[in-house]
Design a protein around this ligand. Sequence first.
Ligand SMILES: Cc1cc2nc3c(=O)[nH]c(=O)nc-3n(C[C@H](O)[C@H](O)[C@H](O)COP(=O)(O)OP(=O)(O)OC[C@H]3O[C@@H](n4cnc5c(N)ncnc54)[C@H](O)[C@@H]3O)c2cc1C
Length: 384
Amino acid sequence: MKVAIVGGGPSGLFLAILLRKRMPEIGITVYEQNARDATYGFGMGLTEGGLARLEAADAAVTADIMQALHFFKAQVISNREAPVSVRVPGPGAGTLPRITLVTILRKHAADLGIDVRYEARLADVSALDADLIVGADGVNSMVRESARESFGTTHRSLENHFAWFGTTRVFPTAALVFRKYQGGYFVAHYYPYSDTMSTFVGECDHATWQKLGLEAMSLEERKALLEAVFAPELDGHPLVSNNTTWRQFDVIRNARWSSGRTVLIGDALSSAHPTIGSGTRIAMEDAIALAEAICAHPQALDAALAEYEMKRRPEKEKLIGASEISAMWYEEFPRWMDAYGPYEFVYRYMTRTGRISLDRLRAQFPDLVREIEASGELPELAGA
Ligand SMILES: Cc1cc2nc3c(=O)[nH]c(=O)nc-3n(C[C@H](O)[C@H](O)[C@H](O)COP(=O)(O)OP(=O)(O)OC[C@H]3O[C@@H](n4cnc5c(N)ncnc54)[C@H](O)[C@@H]3O)c2cc1C
């Protein structure tokens, strides 16, 4: 069997590694448009739960990822200039540079002798000599677009505008800072991911985009504006761009996960909103599910693709559903900024997807719940 994987990001590379280890006899080629040492974005987060799944699938790759993680134990959430600290029990969230994650995967792929072709941007799939074509080519997937009708693709853009920067300021904790500035509404989500850099994602609603004239600004002017809005946090450090553009989030869904011998994984299949910070591990879990299904049906690709969708869809829809609720919460964040005091804001934020109940919040963050209760901003919690 020959497998062509379009996209050498986390999902495509992880799939190639899992397949090579489990089925050494199959031919695998990965096509990646970027150079070997390039990727987009800055640091990214991986949760403990996500790492456990990756470890069960490939302990060696996960061990290397764990080695590279940078941990912090608190997140600050600030609305109306009042920071509320959310201390994380246990090891906390792990972050690492996206380029490090991709480099680890590229190294494992090279050690296994997998044919990864860099600077190989495919414009269509018609010339590929393969029994199975995997679209692991991210949110703007060419593979998906080439058979859009047969996948039943739907696509809509959210209204908020966001951009993924880095900064040389190494913050002591992660933070979400909601700020009004010259009549506009902004949020910054930042966290350290190495000894020298932090990720800094800036976002504003569409009304702010128009009112403050961001539409007409150059990329440099927009960056300067964001630096001015969050000057107290950046403390003189610049924002750093890595081909950073401002985007409106694309919500991609597919009614069918495969079409003939072509199948989708990761962001190409369904994009997870960055505010749940789990898109990478969801994408890598798709790779695990597809590898398992192919191994279970090595001689029957149709059965493998059907099993992949049947087994993975319910779990993925739950995660993606939470991501959609989170996205909708952010679409209205100026309203919540005005409506809630600092503590109620944190409570509403942390319970926004419905996946965290008050009991779970109390169990995970007892100090925080005590502080919220003591603030008197949510009297109904006291009796709950
Ligand atoms: C601002 C922001 C912050 C984020 N933060 C986090 C976070 O903290 N934690 C987290 O888990 N996730 C985060 N994510 C989400 C995460 O980046 C994605 O969900 C994840 O990268 C999806 O992996 P993938 O392999 O499916 O696609 P990608 O990582 O997008 O990889 C696709 C690959 O395909 C290549 N490619 C595309 N088209 C072609 C072509 N035609 N030919 C050849 N190659 C091609 C691309 O170069 C790329 O390498 C964030 C996303 C954004 C936008």
